[in-house]
Design a protein around this ligand. Structure first.
Ligand SMILES: Cc1ncc(COP(=O)(O)O)c(C=O)c1O
Length: 383
């Protein structure tokens, strides 16, 4: 009755966990939310005020398919200030979240039957976007020994006749792992040697707790880069992201965007302009410090409880933790934690197939006090 592709697109289980957690809360239960990958902070006040001002001015019409010129320029300035890079605003397209950018890239690059290599575990929607356009995500198993990242040598080993490129995220979801400059450069060299594409999802840039994450744009202007206002900028509900494309790809992407989206939220784009203002950046950087403090608290505590976390996740909002000491069924483990102990976490199966039942993902998107309470509840049952 419905198209075949729909059967092959799996549900995003974290949303199901979130729904169940909300249902339990509605029954009066106290649930600690460590499942959703979104900052718990409300959008910073200067951004909200800029959005309100835009509405007050009547910015309620469609805008350009590639985004309002002021915002493309502001993103270009951001690359100059934060990375020392000159990225022409013409190469920057504003999109409806990183999700919109992923859809555009899938539509632009994929012929039916084409495949893109990606890490397993990884962000699950990537392979579903490819499936939507009759392509496939070619999952490459990665583990703690690879810092859960897809490296060039592994991509070379898994490259098939129908492979058209590699898609990575750095920092990654669900592991928080970062690709070094050299690893990015090797990936780019591999893709170039195969006439393939390199797509780098940099949505968690700005949320790093050590040296920072290098951008592929420091290495080449021929990769596709995805970014978003959702995470560091704390604007998940506004649905705004961006992509940086090689110059020759922009006109065709814009054509796709015209058809798929017409435009992004116009008032949202005017609000996002305020995201780059120094006073906003101060707020966002303070929030990053708060995330760092939460990570620094939770990581040793989870290890103490017996979760297996061999590496230090250096970015994003997540800790990907092995549960072999407690269970070989991550879904059951998460269900039990939620239903019986009021701690909502995401099963590893949400992020791929490779040993995914042996893992769960903790998102440190709640206060340290609540993290302490989660640890207390888990300690009572696990230790
Ligand atoms: C790696 C990655 N890419 C893309 C997205 C989509 O984000 P958005 O559409 O909110 O920008 C997410 C959301 O969690 C993500 O983790």
């Amino acid at each position: 009755m419905f198209a075949k592709r729909v059967k092959e697109i799996e549900p995003f289980r974290v949303v199901e966990v979130l729904d169940r957690a909300k249902a339990l809360e509605a029954e009066g239960r106290d649930i600690i939310h460590l499942e959703a990958g979104e900052p718990d902070f409300t959008t910073a006040q200067p951004i909200i005020e800029a959005g309100q001002a835009a509405l007050g001015r009547g910015e309620t019409y469609y805008s350009q398919a590639a985004g309002i010129p002021e915002l493309r320029q502001a993103i270009s300035n951001h690359y100059k200030l934060d990375y020392g890079l000159s990225i022409a605003p013409e190469r920057i397209m504003v999109t409806p979240g990183a999700s919109g950018a992923l859809l555009l890239i899938a539509g632009l690059l994929t012929n039916p039957g084409d495949g893109m290599l990606m890490a397993d575990p990884g962000y699950p929607c990537n392979r579903h976007f490819l499936r939507l356009v009759e392509g496939e995500g070619q999952l490459v198993p990665v583990g703690p020994e690879d810092r859960y990242q897809l490296k060039a040598s592994m991509a070379a080993d898994h490259w098939k006749p129908n492979t058209i490129g590699v898609m990575v995220a750095s920092p990654a979801n669900p592991t928080g792992e970062i690709l070094t400059r050299e690893e990015l450069s090797d990936l780019y060299d591999l893709c170039a040697s195969k006439n393939g594409h390199l797509v780098v999802d940099e949505i968690y840039h700005g949320l790093t707790y050590g040296e920072g994450a290098p951008s592929i744009l420091e290495i080449t202007d021929q990769a596709f880069v995805i970014n978003s206002f959702s995470k560091y900028f704390g604007m998940t509900g506004w649905r705004l992201g961006w992509l940086v494309a090689p110059e020759h790809a922009v006109a065709e992407m814009e054509k796709l965007a015209q058809n798929l989206f017409i435009s992004m939220s116009t008032m949202g784009q005017h609000a996002a302009l305020a995201a780059f203002e120094p006073e906003t950046r101060k707020i966002l950087d303070a929030r990053r410090e708060e995330f760092a403090a939460r990570r620094d608290y939770l990581l040793p505590e989870l290890r103490r409880l017996g979760f297996d976390i061999p590496n230090e996740p250096a970015g994003a909002l997540y800790i990907y933790a092995g549960i072999s000491k407690f269970s070989n069924d991550g879904q059951q483990f998460c269900m039990d934690m939620l239903e019986n102990h009021g701690v909502a976490i995401t099963p590893g199966v949400d992020f791929g197939h490779h040993r995914s039942q042996e893992y769960v993902r903790f998102a440190y998107t709640t206060s340290i006090d609540r993290l302490k309470e989660a640890v207390r509840r888990m300690e009572a049952v696990l230790c």
